[in-house]
Design a protein around this ligand. Structure first.
Ligand code: PMP
Length: 382
């Protein structure tokens, strides 16, 4: 069978393959980026769905750009986040679809795209399918090394777009500092690229103050948002805001893909986000519970894995560990045997595998379980 160049260009996600192994009941999985199901508001979702279903439009096709009530509440939310008018958003079937549609809207095969090293694997897959040439830029404790990006630009690199998970990075856990956000926006203006600010974790800032988006500083930013980590991934509600011509192109391409996102889950999301008092209280609950899990994780690492280097989580769901001298890909089968799963750092590599690193998601389990997972990891590693 002939398969397209796009199909042959995409590297399978090692993480998706791993999820099957870590799903065994005896394994505590720190591998998947799974938000905690018990923190998702199932009763409130059921109530909102029941209410939505009294309107026949909830079971009908809807506008490709999204349910007007949801777009309005999300545009208002983005306006608040960015401190500048965000007139509209396009709703997508998860922010993963937004990423794919933005790539298809902006990229031709062979175009240069800057990604972070290590990178969100779902973004790498999208850019591989688009036939892009990937240029990794490293990260440190303050997020993307914007100075390295600038050096590449001065040396003549002209990327069509730069992808960044600026807040609570997947997989590294770090956040782009405020001065680097401003600088990245300036570079986008000067060199004419688009920043894709992929932001499913921003609202999970443990101090309750989400970082000021890169989009606050430039019109050349496409911002992607998601309900997955703050309500539930099963809603499959994501959105993007940005230049009107990008939104129009995405809307056109979305017609090819799925005509529209589910009217029912959009109505549910609209109801929940529009109830600001409820949403804020819910968000605070998820944030505080996740912060407690992050603290349990880092305390357990300090106690049981004293040789490990561990990023300090300030939000989001991930911690990046470095176990000097340990090959984490070789460690994984032993860890699964000991009853704990993680993702080896190399799974996120663009050009530079990080053999002694690993990503752990601390968000999926209560503190006691997180502690037990780290104990098992320590046992497997020593
Ligand atoms: N971007 C990043 C950085 C992610 O980590 C994820 C999910 N793991 C997504 C986008 C996609 O999320 P969703 O499609 O559920 O909105």
């Amino acid at each position: 069978m002939h398969l397209s160049t796009a199909t042959r260009s995409v590297r399978g996600s090692a993480i998706r393959d791993l999820l099957a192994l870590t799903a065994r009941p005896e394994v505590i999985s720190l591998a998947g980026g799974l938000p905690a199901a018990e923190l998702m508001p199932r009763a409130r979702i059921a109530e909102a769905a029941a209410k939505a279903l009294t309107d026949p439009r909830s079971v009908q096709y809807g506008e490709t750009a999204g349910l007007p009530a949801l777009r309005a509440v999300l545009a208002a939310h983005e306006t608040g986040r960015c401190g500048r008018e965000v007139a509209d958003v396009v709703v997508t079937t998860g922010s993963q679809q937004a990423l794919d549609l933005v790539a298809r809207a902006l990229l031709d095969a062979g175009d240069d795209v800057v990604v972070e090293e290590p990178a969100y694997v779902g973004a790498l897959q999208v850019f591989q399918a688009a036939g892009a040439r990937l240029h990794p830029v490293g990260l440190d404790a303050d997020g993307m090394r914007v100075d390295d990006l600038e050096r590449h630009l001065r040396d003549g690199l002209r990327p069509r777009l730069v992808h960044t998970v600026a807040s609570f990075h997947n997989p590294r856990g770090v956040t782009l500092s405020a001065p680097r956000r401003v600088r990245l926006a300036e570079l986008a203006e000067r060199y004419g690229f688009v920043v894709v600010e992929d932001d499913p974790y921003g609202l999970l800032a443990f101090d309750g103050a989400p970082p000021v988006p890169v989009a606050a500083h430039s019109d050349r930013v496409v911002r992607l948002g998601s309900a997955s980590k703050v309500l539930a991934p099963a809603l499959r509600v994501g959105w993007l805001s940005g230049p009107p011509e990008v939104l129009a192109a995405v809307e056109l391409l979305k017609q090819c893909t799925d005509l529209c996102t589910s009217s029912l889950t959009q109505a549910v999301a609209a109801e929940l986000v529009a109830d600001a008092a409820w949403f804020d209280a819910h968000l605070a609950g998820v944030r505080d519970a996740t912060a407690a899990r992050a603290r349990a994780f880092t305390a357990a690492v300090a106690e049981h894995l004293p040789g490990a280097r561990c990023s300090v989580p300030t939000g989001g769901m991930f911690c990046w560990l470095d176990l000097p001298g340990v090959d984490t890909t070789a460690l994984l089968p032993r860890a699964l045997e000991a009853g704990v799963g993680f993702v080896p750092g190399s799974a996120f590599a663009v050009a530079e595998p990080a053999p002694s690193s690993l990503r752990c998601c601390y968000a999926s389990h209560p503190e006691g379980v997180v502690d037990e997972a780290v104990r098992r990891l320590a046992r497997a590693a020593t």
